[in-house]
Design a binder for this molecule. Structure first.
Ligand SMILES: Cc1ncc(COP(=O)(O)O)c(C=O)c1O
Length: 387
């Protein structure tokens, strides 16, 4: 079995996390806990499938095979407990291609589109840069326990919002919205005829004691649903580029397909498809990874509670992200990032996820435990220097 504590050298591999630090942090050679890829090797089955394919030596135009579609259907059934059919899967290079397409195809300029901040920053950029109106439905934060503000959400729906982009599991707060919450969202979407785009890219990273409930469970109930999944976070293959956009309603799917055909976005590269097909059979690896992530989180939790008790944070139910509240220092996230870089560590700035969260940081803990230990030590050294 692969050891998730194995140290893998990613330096000089064109890794954004390891090799592209100076423009963001003003220096290089930082221990990185920022951008959301893991430091794990993909499953050996993935590497083998890639090597076998590469040995054949010809890399011409490629279609998305029936076997790939079948494998994705089975994965959804086994892991997320709902049925999809092969024709419902539209393969594109990136989840963000799917979300951008949904925005362009199913809303018009100046339409209101809702997101739930603090949330993955490109959602805002896609809405604003496509001349739609960004409407924040801020999560309720009660002592770092985050929930959806349904009253506020309904008000925006009532005021005519056309689309809601849900992030479930939620990046950065790590919530897995439960069946009751998802059902409530669906009922509101039906009531006010709102298009629901559910970004479920983190849904394989569920921590023990929690259960994932996909919006896809409602495919037969409501037509205006798009679900996005991908092997990229799960198996650490974001650089290969492959995502599944799942749409049941035929008319909506045809419209979506029409857009991606007109913009040459359809399909994924052949090595990505080869890798993804192999990956989507590695349940054992995903289960082991989840155990490792929980172990890492528990270590970080105990360490921070003991040595940095003023830092409060959300308990993730999924993802490999910890959302840390450093507001007690009274510094802006950009200042925090810069000062922490002087202690040799790279983290993500909280205000990128929502202006209200200036002074928060996001820490990616998907790495060998020794690396995590060193990173936490550097955070505590930094905080000690402030005393
Ligand atoms: C919630 C969420 N959606 C989408 C993405 C990006 O996915 P892709 O590279 O497939 O567009 C990320 C990456 O961090 C993410 O966290």
């Amino acid at each position: 079995m692969y050891s998730f504590d194995k140290k893998v050298n990613r330096i000089n591999t064109n890794s954004i996390k390891w090799d592209l630090q100076s423009h963001q942090y003003g220096k290089d050679n930082l221990l990185p806990f920022g951008i959301a890829d893991s430091d794990y090797e993909s499953p050996k089955e993935v590497t083998k499938a890639l090597l076998d394919r590469i040995k054949q030596g010809v890399f011409g135009y490629t279609f998305v095979s029936e076997e790939y579609r079948e494998t994705v259907c089975k994965w959804h059934k086994r892991r997320y407990k709902y049925d999809i059919s092969k024709d419902m899967i539209i393969t594109v290079p990136k989840v963000l291609n799917g979300i951008a397409t949904a925005i362009r195809q199913f809303t018009a300029e100046n339409d209101d589109i809702i997101i739930s901040p603090p949330v993955y920053p490109p959602f805002s950029n896609l809405i604003i840069n496509n001349n739609r109106n960004l409407v924040p439905n801020r999560l309720i934060n009660k002592d770092e326990v985050y929930t959806i503000d349904f009253n506020d959400l309904e008000t925006h729906f009532k005021n005519g919002a056309k689309m809601y982009i849900l992030c479930n599991p939620h990046n950065p707060v790590g919530r897995v919205f439960n069946k009751a919450e998802i059902s409530k969202i669906i009922n509101l979407c039906i009531k006010y005829d709102v298009f629901l785009v559910s970004d479920e890219i983190h849904c394989d990273l569920i921590l023990e004691g929690h259960e994932f409930y996909s919006v896809g469970n409602f495919f037969g109930v409501y037509d205006k649903i798009i679900v996005c999944t991908a092997p990229s976070k799960t198996f650490n293959m974001a650089g290969l580029r492959c995502a599944n956009i799942i749409i049941k309603n035929e008319k909506i799917r045809d419209e979506f397909l029409g857009y991606i055909e007109n913009h040459s976005l359809k399909g994924a590269n052949l090595l990505a498809l080869t890798a993804a097909e192999a990956a989507y059979k590695c349940d054992y690896w995903v289960d082991a990874q989840s155990k490792h992530l929980l172990n890492n989180f528990n270590y970080a939790k105990d360490y921070l509670n003991k040595y940095a008790p003023r830092v409060k944070f959300a308990n993730p139910e999924a993802t490999y992200l910890i959302w840390l509240n450093f507001q007690f220092l009274g510094l802006k996230s950009v200042e925090l990032i810069k000062e922490l870089a002087d202690f040799g560590i790279a983290l993500n700035s909280g205000c990128d996820y929502c202006n209200d969260y200036d002074g928060y940081l996001r820490m990616n803990i998907a790495c060998p435990i020794d690396q995590l230990k060193e990173g936490l030590k550097r955070i505590v050294n930094y905080l000690d220097s402030k005393k």
